[in-house]
Ligand binder design. Structure first.
Ligand code: FES
Ligand code: MG
Length: 574
């Protein structure tokens, strides 16, 4: 085994006062002298917490990574990183994705480690950790939490999030009792792991595989499956080799890798949130990815995976059907086969070894689960820098729609008026919500799939065109136009829409237009500028975030975090 001088040797290999300090204070954790003979130090960056089930079992998983690292002759050292529990954090976990990315970047940079295994899984931890690690560019691998077991309620399977939206609509429509609704809570989340639908967590774990940043089957093995522990073990072992071979994220996260991620995103009917996360990650590693890449590449692949919210099944079923490698295989010639993965194999080699075990769950290019289903990227005077829509989650009859807007100035305005029986709205109206972009909320929350007015739900209406600068949960569905850029708070034209204006949505031609003449818009803009009030957020992270966050079409990273830092720190601590 090669033993080239590693980065950690600059701290642990020195026979002077600085070396004494570095070694002594880590030997105090119980490490013997001989492990400081120049072997690689592998950091395990763990977002374990008791705040949410998604990351609850990661300490256990870390132990299995350590076994693999020791076995291969490395030294595993675990350290914590901020946990971002999607369902617990206010105002939204997304506000903190970039904070986690900063924490991970500086933890890796500052400490004497040679490579890092990232343990995470909830929606924002995966992109946050990878963005930080990619900016340092030391050898990196990901082990995701793995999904929960399928939800089971009243004799049927229920999916994280997706069935919450469905049930809550049924309650609002008077078709389900509150007792039945609340009874589903413990049946929906009944094991450790991430959401069991193809929501953002499962999407990001799948894209980690598509990007080549984990071993095969990282996405779909359930959180409680013993094979996930084995995968963690094998990752620890492989991580040592990766350090010895000096294979860095910059060699894995190439243009082809991002193209594979976008293709797989379309094939799995992935979460719209992946668009902002991939754009932000691309910004870290200097790949020129744009919103247009999603629309263009997404057309190359139909929907191949039959999972909620675009389809019927859940992540356990996806695992037993073959998982991501089986999808790569079905993609055939569309797959960028030469893209290298951290396993040492190319994506083409991984696809060749895969097999589909259930055609109900994973279809073929010739007989897909549904038509082309990536994201549609819209342009027009209402969204000069773009907006997105997930067609596989939308109603086909609403994909071309021209109607009057019912406008809510912010989330409080929406909540105050949506249940009002006198709200001037009917099933043809377009609901418009402002003030929910990165700067506006702040943090760009998952509120774009606005619940419909109860008076329309009672009449059987289940979908309407909705437009906002917000995101929506990866588990949500509907004809929901999201990520309008620039956002209203940044002075985008969305800020100027008024109730009664006509909006034209032409999905097939990717247009979104506000049919109000230029002179009137100019008058409204002057009025809007004059009515601006100073921000309520004057200190701390909120202030830094609002002042520096980029818009959704650029991944909503902080402007000064785009690009890389590197692993080099020259100055000593004493
Ligand atoms: Fe953590 Fe869904 S809440 S993955
Ligand atoms: Mg979410």
């Amino acid at each position: 085994m090669s033993r080239r001088p590693f980065r950690s040797g600059k701290s642990y290999g020195k026979l002077d006062r600085d070396g004494f300090i570095h070694r002594s204070w880590i030997k105090g954790t119980g490490l013997p002298d001989h492990v400081f003979d120049g072997r690689p130090i592998i950091g395990i960056c763990n977002t374990w917490s008791e705040l949410v089930t998604c990351q609850f079992h990661l300490r256990d998983l870390a132990e299995h990574v350590k076994r693999g690292v020791w076995e291969a002759g490395g030294v595993p050292i675990e350290f914590p990183a901020m946990s971002l529990p999607e369902t617990q954090m206010r105002p939204t976990a997304m506000l903190f994705r970039n904070l986690l990315a900063m924490e991970v970047e500086e933890s890796i940079r500052a400490n004497p480690i040679d490579g890092v295994v990232l343990l995470g899984g909830c929606d924002k931890t995966t992109p946050g950790q990878l963005m930080g690690a990619a900016s340092v560019d030391l050898p990196t691998m990901v082990v995701s939490s793995g999904p929960m077991l399928n939800g089971k309620y009243e004799g049927r399977d229920i999916g994280s999030g997706t069935d919450v939206w469905r049930f809550s609509e049924a309650v609002r429509a008077g078709e389900m009792t509150l007792k039945e609704f609340l009874g589903a809570e413990s049946s929906m989340s009944r094991s450790h792991g991430t959401c069991n639908t193809m929501g953002t967590a499962s999407t990001m774990a799948s894209l980690i595989e598509a990007l080549g940043m984990s071993l095969p089957q990282n996405a779909a093995l359930p959180g409680v499956d013993s094979r996930r522990k084995a995968l963690a073990h094998l990752t620890g072992r492989r991580m040592v080799e990766l350090v010895e071979q000096d294979i860095k994220p910059s060699q894995i996260l190439t243009r082809e890798a991002f193209e594979n991620a976008i293709l797989v995103h379309a094939a799995i009917g992935g979460s719209t949130n992946a668009v902002v996360h991939l754009l932000a990650l691309a910004g870290r590693v200097g790949i020129d990815l744009t919103l247009e890449d999603f629309d263009r590449l997404g057309r190359e692949v139909p929907l191949l995976v039959n999972l909620m919210p675009s389809g019927k099944y859940l992540m356990e079923d996806f695992c037993y059907a073959g998982g991501v490698p089986a999808v790569l295989k079905e993609m055939g010639p569309v797959l960028r086969r030469e893209a290298l993965t951290v396993s040492g194999h190319t994506q083409g080699e991984i696809a060749d070894q895969a097999q589909v075990w259930n055609r109900e769950v994973i279809g073929t290019m010739a007989e897909p689960i549904g038509p082309s289903s990536g994201v549609w990227v819209l342009h027009g005077n209402l969204c000069p820098n773009g907006a997105i829509l997930k067609p596989s989650a939308a109603s086909p009859e609403l994909l071309t729609h021209r109607a009057r807007a019912v406008v809510f100035e912010d989330i409080e305005d929406y909540k105050a008026r949506i249940d009002d029986p006198d709200l001037p709205v009917d099933e043809t109206s377009i609901l418009v919500l402002k003030g929910c972009g990165p700067k506006g909320y702040p943090g760009m929350p998952e509120v774009g799939n606005m619940a419909l007015p109860p008076k329309l739900l009672a009449r059987g209406v289940r979908d309407m065109v909705r437009i906002s600068d917000a995101r929506m949960s990866g588990t949500a569905y509907g004809t929901v136009i999201l990520h309008v850029s620039p956002e209203s708070e940044a002075g985008g034209p969305l800020a100027l829409v008024k109730t009664g204006d006509t909006i034209e949505f032409d999905g097939p031609n990717r247009r979104l237009e506000l049919l109000v003449d230029e002179a009137e818009l100019a008058r409204r803009r002057a009025e809007w500028e004059a009515s601006r009030e100073p921000s309520n957020f004057t200190r701390g992270w909120y202030r830094l975030y609002i002042d520096t966050v980029l818009q959704a079409d650029q991944g909503a990273d902080l402007s000064f975090l785009v690009g890389k830092s590197s692993a080099d720190v020259t100055r000593e601590s004493h």
